[in-house]
Structures are given as structure tokens and as C-alpha cells.
Design a protein around this ligand. Structure first.
Ligand SMILES: [Zn+2]
Length: 179
């Protein structure tokens, strides 16, 4: 089943008391719900399900979670599950990206300012994934640095093939052995 996020859909409340009307405005038009139908929909959504807001052009506008979706299907349970799965995957992905960015940002390039050359962001990301976020020598996950395998001062470049992840300790050991 294809579930598409209904971008630009807004819920507006009009009127008062039993005359209250809920308008779901979407780019192609609007659906109106009376207060009773709205209350039923709200309950279904609160219970983790999905509610039909309206139909247009052979598609159905659903409300579930905190979002609206277009689907060509009429099965509310499936809509609710797919939307829930999407939210779950999105938040897992965001959590992963947040961690990755924090780590990449924390990994400093070879200490010793003068010979420092910035490893381009795409190379940092490629190296980070290739080395699985760990020191290639000891597997440490902390104090990581982007190390030039062949130092820049000795003609090494900043392509991913010449960059690796090393922890601070391993990097210092390597520097000592090169000196
Ligand atoms: Zn190490």
C-alpha cells in the first residue's frame, strides 16, 4: 500500500458549541467534519488508530499519529501501522544521524595545527562508515581522529584511501614511530 504524507494539510476550527465545524484544508481543497465525526476521529487517533477525513480523486485522506496521509487503501489499521512504522524509522534514523554528527564533529584531524589540512566532509563520512566509527588499530570508539596514513608533510593526500580513523593513543604511537 502506498502511503504518502499529505503535506500542507491544516486543521481549522470554526464556529462554536454544536455548530463547531472542523475544516481540513489541503492543497486540493478542504474536507469538513461536524463536531461528532471529529470526536469519533479524534478518539480513533488517540487510541493509536487512523481516521478517514475525506476522499478525493480516488484517494483517501487519513489522520493518524500527528500527521495526515493520502492512501489508496481503505484499511485504517494498515494505515496506522505504516505511519507508526515510518515515524519509528524516522526517529531511529535521526538518532543515528545525531550520534554520527556528534562523533564526526568530535573526531579531530591530526593534532599539530600547522600541517593540518581539512579532510573534506564527504571523505570524513566515507571514512567514518568504512572504519565503522572505530579506531582501525584498537577498535576504540572514543577520542577518534582522522589520520592521514601517509602524512601530508610526506606527500599524502586527503582522499579517503589515505585517511583512517585512529584513537588519540594510537595516533600518538604512530606519530612517535614516524618521528
Ligand atoms: Zn586506537
Amino acid at each position: 500500500m502506498a502511503l504518502r504524507r499529505a503535506g500542507g494539510t491544516q486543521l481549522r476550527k470554526r464556529g462554536f458549541w454544536v455548530f463547531t465545524e472542523y475544516r481540513y484544508e489541503h492543497p486540493a481543497g478542504a474536507f469538513r467534519l461536524g463536531s461528532r465525526r471529529f470526536a469519533r476521529a479524534r478518539r480513533a487517533v488517540d487510541e493509536g488508530g487512523a481516521a478517514v477525513i475525506g476522499r478525493a480523486d480516488g484517494r483517501t485522506l487519513w489522520w493518524t499519529g500527528d500527521a495526515f496521509y493520502w492512501a489508496d487503501d481503505e484499511d485504517g489499521e494498515q494505515v496506522a501501522l505504516l505511519a507508526w512504522d515510518r515515524r519509528r524509522r524516522d526517529s531511529a534514523r535521526i538518532e543515528r544521524l545525531r550520534k554520527q554528527r556528534a562523533h564526526e564533529g568530535a573526531a579531530v584531524e591530526e593534532a599539530g595545527g600547522a600541517r593540518r589540512e581539512r579532510v573534506p566532509p564527504d571523505v570524513r563520512t566515507a571514512v567514518w562508515f568504512r572504519d565503522a566509527g572505530r579506531c582501525v588499530e584498537c577498535g576504540a570508539e572514543d577520542d577518534l581522529q582522522f589520520d592521514h596514513v601517509i602524512p601530508l608533510a610526506r606527500g599524502g593526500g586527503s582522499a579517503s584511501a589515505n585517511v583512517q580513523l585512529l584513537c588519540g593513543d594510537c595516533n600518538r604511537l604512530k606519530s612517535d614511530s614516524l618521528a
